[in-house]
Write a protein that binds this ligand. Structure first.
Ligand code: ADP
Ligand code: MG
Length: 285
């Protein structure tokens, strides 16, 4: 499973006076098993990009090639693509609508025309995967849950389709720190244990630094940088701030120390910074 984006441009309301170019010549490739973060300021094009990856939006120009098939071509069956590429939209809990959690999560698998038995199994498995006990939660209303739990139901609804690629648009938006950590832990587990390819968008640099292997930095509809978080944060901190992104707190610390003549080198996590600082202190003694 690979996703190749070639010269992707998207213009909303083309040929209208208020048309706007939301994506401008985007190019990148995602391979099976990747853990990719799309980061960018509000309006940079993250959601527009994500909605192209399973055919919800059509490009103005360019191509989206999934496993050697260009999904922008008419003859491609989008239902097949959507089985393999699952998207969890921003604030997915607004799309919960059934009276019980079980019914809500069943919706996708039922539409795949699976047997009753298979649907039941998928619901149980996906509730298990998101950490909701089947017996305890199946008959509850999704509306009686906490924000983080509702979001987990929405994610279960997508993973019940057994996608190979799971895409989440700002999955932690609006959650408190506890709820955010729950969702990030869940996403990490899905990547590790279910071997899913993960693509998520966020504007929290701290979270992205800890999670993903590859970062795609968006700015005004263009890709500004692609690389590992370590490369990007350590080499392009200044530019990230210029385009309205906060650099991870640990890098702010690194820069402050540097101003005082202490160079802790390339760091990405608090622990790495701590170890480096201790090492330097030892050397100075
Ligand atoms: P992000 O998800 O990074 O906040 P979006 O993809 O939502 O960015 O938006 C990118 C640009 O496209 C913005 O300038 C936004 O105003 C514009 N845009 C988004 N959705 C629409 C739409 N349905 N119609 C017209 N313009 C849109
Ligand atoms: Mg968005």
């Amino acid at each position: 499973m690979s996703i190749v984006i070639k010269n992707l441009t998207h213009i909303y309301n083309e040929e209208m006076p208020f048309s706007s170019k939301a994506l401008d010549d985007i190019n990148f490739e995602i391979k099976k098993g990747d853990f990719v973060g799309i980061i960018g300021h509000t309006g940079s094009g993250k959601s527009t990009l994500i909605q192209h990856l399973n055919g919800i939006l059509n490009p103005t120009s360019g191509s989206i090639i999934i496993n050697d098939f260009d999904i922008t071509k008419k003859e491609v069956n989008l239902v097949d693509i959507r089985k393999r590429v699952g998207v969890v939209f921003q604030y997915p809990e607004y799309q919960l609508f059934e009276e019980t959690i079980e019914k809500d999560i069943s919706f996708g698998p039922i539409n795949l025309n699976l047997s009753e038995e298979e649907v039941h199994l998928r619901v149980k498995e996906s509730m298990n995967a998101v950490g909701l006990d089947y017996e305890k939660f199946k008959d509850k209303s999704p509306f009686d849950l906490s924000g983080g739990q509702k979001r987990r139901v929405a994610i279960a609804g997508v993973i019940s389709m057994n996608p190979e690629v799971l895409i989440l648009d700002e999955p932690t938006a609006g959650l408190d720190p506890g709820g955010r950590n729950e969702i990030f832990e869940l996403i990490k587990t899905l990547h590790k244990e279910k071997n899913m390819t993960i693509i998520l968008s966020s504007h929290s640099m701290d979270d992205m630094a800890k999670l993903v292997n590859t970062l795609i930095v968006m700015n005004k509809g263009r890709v500004e940088f692609i690389g590992t978080p370590r490369e990007i944060f350590n080499n392009h901190g200044k530019r990230l701030e210029e385009i309205g992104l906060d650099i991870p707190q640990v890098l702010e610390l690194k820069h402050k120390l540097k101003e005082r003549g202490i160079d802790i080198g390339d760091v990405l996590t608090i622990k790495e910074a701590k170890d480096k600082i201790l090492e330097i202190m030892k050397g100075n003694r």
